[in-house]
Design a protein around this ligand. Structure first.
Ligand code: ZN
Length: 407
């Protein structure tokens, strides 16, 4: 807050409040919140977020938040919680309640929903992606309360459903309800507390090769669709453009699924593949992304006239990029520097997150910054350092105070 006629700069009071908030983070509370969330399975696909939403709502009610559950058409719940004055400035903090499925429990060293702590690391499905980061944000809110601080602005927590399957039943619903209208947003996906300003998107492409069936003993009478497809797939890297984004790097291509053939003794007349082409910010036109694939097919046809391959776009998820010059980027950078001793770098995020809804659809300056490592997300024995969660809680407490002020 601005001190009237006081020589002390306005930021000094805010800095003191931010430090007090950070100092009030309770490490046991952070861990307890994360364990309670992990114990409430929310596998996606295969389940719903109801139990995890109940846990989060219970914690937030105890913290004095105003809570609303927003449901998708399929009744999937997102928790929208408001803390603070209701006045501007307003900040959104987004984390997803769903997780990928736990998979085979025998591949885990402890139960995926048990929340065991092993060598200082919390183990469980969602530990880093992203029930641990959500616990950090909740513990930051608790710390503000414990420190006796009231926010001058407004913090909107968006604890959403369905991020793992593209956000259709989660952040997208909040967008459609007009709830993405803050001045800035933080998406707490695991970035090892570096600040990601850009993320890649994806083009899922279906390719079908057609051939001519024949008796398996007379392959020369047919056209083998699997071999046609093989020639195409081996040359796919040629269909990548020569471009590198400064934060997220180059586009990539991955052949993800394949099916073809009907019996061991038949020359296959059809082969279908699903291709995952990751796009970088600046790649905005699906036709432009598909054009090099089509040129490659033309080349293959020129070499072998019996080649017949058709491609189509199955799904397009846009990439997103935001500026490092925003107020939220500078506030969270200072907060991380205050806790870790040095300002973090601006980086890119290799996965797809709900940040794109805030950045692209709502034009909100947004950063992706959360504890934990993306390389451990979706794995058996997913884990997060307890100290990482605690540090993140302190960073978020400083960020909430730094961006929103106190009164
Ligand atoms: Zn995630």
């Amino acid at each position: 807050m601005v001190g009237e006629g006081v020589a002390e700069p306005a930021s000094a009071a805010t800095d003191a409040a931010a430090a007090a908030a950070a100092a009030s983070v309770d490490p046991d509370e952070v861990l307890g919140y994360a364990q309670a969330l992990i114990a409430a399975p929310s596998e996606n696909p295969g389940g719903t977020e109801d139990e995890a939403a109940d846990v989060a709502s219970g914690i937030l009610t105890d913290l004095g938040a105003e809570i609303r559950i927003v449901r998708s058409e399929e009744r999937r719940p997102s928790v929208v919680a408001r803390i603070g004055s209701g006045e501007p400035p307003r900040l959104a903090w987004n984390g997803h309640l769903d997780t990928v499925p736990a998979g085979d429990p025998t591949t885990w060293s402890s139960g995926p929903f048990e929340g065991a702590v092993v060598d200082g690391r919390l183990v469980g499905r969602g530990a880093c992606d992203m029930k641990g980061p959500i616990a950090s944000a909740l513990a930051a809110v608790a710390a503000l309360r414990r420190a006796g601080l009231s926010l001058a602005g407004t913090l909107d927590l968006h604890l959403v459903a369905d991020e793992e399957l593209a956000g259709t039943h989660g952040t997208r619903v909040l967008r459609d309800e007009g709830l993405l209208d803050q001045d800035a947003a933080v998406v707490g996906e695991p970035s090892e507390m570096e600040i990601a300003l850009a993320e890649r998107g994806g083009a899922w492409v279906t390719a079908v090769a057609y051939g001519k069936a024949a008796h398996g003993s007379q392959p020369h009478l047919g056209v083998n669709a699997i071999l046609t497809m093989s020639r195409f797939l081996l040359r796919l890297p040629e269909a990548l453009p020569d471009r590198v984004h400064p934060l997220v790097g180059a586009p990539t291509v991955n052949v993800a699924l394949v099916s073809g053939g009907s019996a061991p003794n038949v020359v296959p007349d059809r082969c279908e593949v699903e291709i995952d082409r990751r796009i970088v910010p600046g790649e905005e036109d699906p036709d432009e992304v598909l054009a090099p694939f089509r040129r490659l097919i033309d080349d293959l046809v020129a070499e072998r006239p019996d080649t017949r391959i058709e491609i189509s776009l199955k799904e397009w998820t846009e990439a997103a990029e935001t500026t490092g010059d925003s107020a939220i980027a500078s506030v969270i950078r200072d907060a991380i520097a205050a806790e870790s001793g040095s300002p973090p770098p601006f980086v890119g995020f290799t996965g797809i997150t709900d940040a794109r809804f805030y950045i692209n659809d709502a034009q909100i300056p947004t950063v992706i910054a959360g504890p934990g490592s993306l390389s451990l997300a979706h794995t058996a024995n997913e884990s997060i350092g307890v100290d990482e969660m605690v540090e993140a809680a302190r960073v978020y407490a400083r960020t909430f105070v730094g961006f929103l002020g106190t009164r």
